[in-house]
Design a protein around this ligand. Structure first.
Ligand code: PRP
Length: 180
């Protein structure tokens, strides 16, 4: 029973939806008169990406990328693997990276460095969640929906061993689930 795996709801569906709308407005102001290429960092950001882009009035094109510095467990390995790359040329374009969580920051740091070599006009990072207490890499999101404590969070795209991504809220997973 998955509900029994959740310690508590950290961010309710309503709280997330309200904050996503607010950040969408901030991004609309940032991109006034422009139309960026929005990159969804699979898989975790797919739910946020979908809600955020529909809340924005700015016209965007969508790209998808799979990068990872995690294995199945809970610790960052510090290595970037690119499982799926974007299809379009970003040279001279405005790029909006849409991420679900920035933890150590390793993934985002390495991703930003890699995309910079393709000479975009601008790279802007928006993250649903930011865990500043865990940061080891020198990277900050430009826009963040929620700063959170160092808890193991799942739901609204975030998983543990590929489960819980479909939950409409962000919850804290019980320790007993990932320690077993
Ligand atoms: C998660 C998350 C970020 C990264 C954050 O992805 O979506 O990309 O880890 O961790 P870091 O800041 O310590 O690098 P994950 O590799 O778990 O893939 P997923 O999105 O497919 O679940």
């Amino acid at each position: 029973m998955r509900k029994g795996d959740i310690e508590r709801v950290l961010l309710s569906k309503g709280k997330i939806q309200a904050r996503v709308k607010k950040v969408a407005k901030e991004l609309d102001a940032y991109y006034a008169g422009k139309s960026p290429i929005a990159i969804c960092i699979l898989k975790g950001s797919v739910v946020f990406f979908s809600d955020l882009l529909r809340a924005m009035k700015t016209p965007v094109s969508m790209e998808f990328m799979k990068v990872s510095s995690y294995g199945v467990g809970t610790q960052s390995s510090g290595k970037l693997s690119v499982g799926l790359d974007i299809l379009s040329n970003i040279e001279g374009k405005d790029v909006l990276i849409v991420e679900d969580i920035i933890d150590s920051g390793n993934t985002m740091y390495m991703l930003k460095e890699m995309l910079k070599t393709r000479n975009p006009a601008d790279i802007c990072i928006v993250s649903l969640l930011d865990k500043p207490a865990r940061r080891t890499a020198d990277i900050q999101p430009d826009f963040t929906c929620f700063k959170i404590e160092d808890e193991f969070v799942i739901g609204y795209g975030l998983d543990y061993a590929e489960d819980y991504r479909d939950l409409p809220y962000v919850g804290i997973l019980k320790r007993s689930v990932y320690k077993n």
